[in-house]
Design a protein around this ligand. Structure first.
Ligand SMILES: [Zn+2]
Length: 77
């Protein structure tokens, strides 16, 4: 398998399309600080919908490869 960061060809076609670490060039994965909606019950159980997480261009983002931190918008190619 060709290393995407070396080839310069983005493998991302979905949530990370157009995203790349501005420091090391990694195409992900990235850790993103999201806000999330859950259905919380009095006894502590909760459930989350598949689309319950929310993040925007200002979300705190950390590169999994080099640990560079910035905003999600900073990771645009
Ligand atoms: Zn990086």
């Amino acid at each position: 398998m060709i290393d995407a960061a070396v080839s310069g060809i983005s493998p991302n076609v979905n949530c990370l399309e157009g995203k790349r670490c501005p420091k090391c060039g990694s195409y992900g994965p990235f850790e993103i600080a999201v806000s999330m909606r859950v259905l919380l019950y009095d006894n502590g159980t909760n459930s989350a919908e598949d689309d319950a997480s929310e993040y925007g261009e200002q979300a705190r983002t950390k590169c999994y490869s080099c640990r560079h931190e910035g905003q999600f918008g900073d990771f645009d190619e």
